[in-house]
Design a protein around this ligand. Structure first.
Ligand code: MG
Length: 381
């Protein structure tokens, strides 16, 4: 039995004042929907994630999920005319996934936490649904006729995710009256218990133009900025060229190593793995594995770049220092930066390649090999 989450992203967002639907507006470098998806994907208990989109948003959606390699993200489905039509589309698309529990979440709520999702999942049973909500704290007044106060005790403002036992909510929607719009109301009218789980104001829904500013401020407070660094050495051996950051440089010696011995690219790769705390090249590509003999080190770097993206980080800066007496690096540094820019898909002005000698001291000074250092800065909003 699996647990699924439907993200409803088919709305047109007319109140937000933006030119495109609000779930695709970029905040801190990523569309709102991508922020939401990254939060949802970080919850390991979810087995399937399904986004319901509008038929006109294919390009915007494709851009929003760019480089997500998580197999739990199912192909999107097209929504209905209104929110409940979209929820029904999502529920039917999950029919062959043996779902026990389904969560329904708004694309425009990018601040839900994995802990809140866990709490919701733990509360749902075959007889009971649950939803995030905040207790009403302001005094409430009704203005229909004479001004009358409304008792705010026991009043809640609903948020999402809302979560239900899957077979029961499918049944409830099939019996729901035409025009019924609220998932919780539909569940209750079909006889399910539904309980609120206290949430916070931080899980707000982006609705009005000023909400984008508030979301931007929230995201900036939560920026996860990391620096990975690394060091690598390869010894000189017989040969007539070396490869550094993918550039072949003629030399009277080569570098020895299991792969192509690109010491600079290895340092950068390890700095990226270091930034996400996922080991190093040796763990991902063991030297004992014959497959990597003579390998182009670009393969290793691409793996690290993919992992960084899968973990939701963006590479904002790479700095690499090559330490050797020979060959001269300066004339090749621009070509190296261009090559790294192509592989990493980031601008050249975010990539530095420089060189130094060790003043004829130590193994690099004795021209026994080449050493390289690298730092990489990674940012997750
Ligand atoms: Mg190496």
């Amino acid at each position: 039995m699996s647990i699924a989450c439907i993200i409803v992203a088919a709305g047109r967002g007319t109140r937000s004042g933006s030119a495109i639907p609000k779930q695709y507006v970029e905040i801190a470098g990523k569309p709102v929907l991508r922020h939401t998806l990254d939060r949802i994907l970080s919850c390991e208990r979810l087995d399937h994630i399904l986004v319901v989109t509008h038929k006109e948003d294919a390009k915007l959606y494709a851009k929003s999920i760019d480089s997500i390699g998580d197999h739990r993200l199912l192909p999107n489905v097209i929504g209905g005319d209104d929110r409940s039509g979209s929820v029904i589309s999502g529920l039917s698309a999950l029919q062959n996934f043996d779902c026990k529990t389904v969560l329904i979440h708004d694309a425009a709520r990018p601040f839900v936490t994995p802990q809140q999702i866990d709490q919701i999942i733990d509360t749902v049973s075959p007889k009971q649904g649950a939803f995030l909500a905040v207790p009403v704290v302001d005094a409430l007044w009704r203005t229909e006729a004479a001004l009358t106060s409304v008792d705010r005790d026991a009043l809640w403002r609903a948020q999402t995710p809302q979560a239900f036992p899957y077979p029961e909510i499918v049944d409830a929607f099939s019996k729901a009256k035409q025009g019924a719009t609220d998932d919780v109301a539909i569940a209750i009218s079909a006889g399910l218990d539904v309980v609120p789980i206290e949430s916070s104001e931080r899980n707000f829904k982006i609705t009005r133009p000023e909400d984008f500013t508030r979301a931007q401020e929230e995201l900036e407070q939560n920026l996860d900025i990391r620096t990975g660094n690394a060091f690598d050495v390869h010894a000189f051996a017989e040969g007539d060229y070396v490869i550094l950051n993918g550039i072949k440089i003629p030399h009277d010696r080569g570098l020895s190593g299991h792969s192509d011995a690109d010491v600079a690219m290895h340092a950068i790769t390890d700095a990226l793995f270091g930034g996400i705390c996922e080991g190093d090249i040796g763990q991902w590509f063991p030297p004992s594995d014959a497959e990597w003999k003579g390998a182009d080190s670009e393969v290793f770097l691409i793996k690290a770049i993919d992992r960084v993206a899968e973990r939701g980080f963006t590479i904002t800066h790479i700095d690499c220092t090559i330490i050797c007496e020979e060959p001269k690096i300066g004339p090749h540094s621009k070509a190296m930066r261009e090559n790294l820019s192509r592989i990493c898909q980031i601008e050249m002005d975010r990539i530095s390649v420089k060189a130094t000698t060790s003043e004829q001291l130590g193994f690099t000074g004795r021209k026994e090999g080449i050493a390289a250092l690298a730092s990489a800065t990674l940012v997750k909003a």
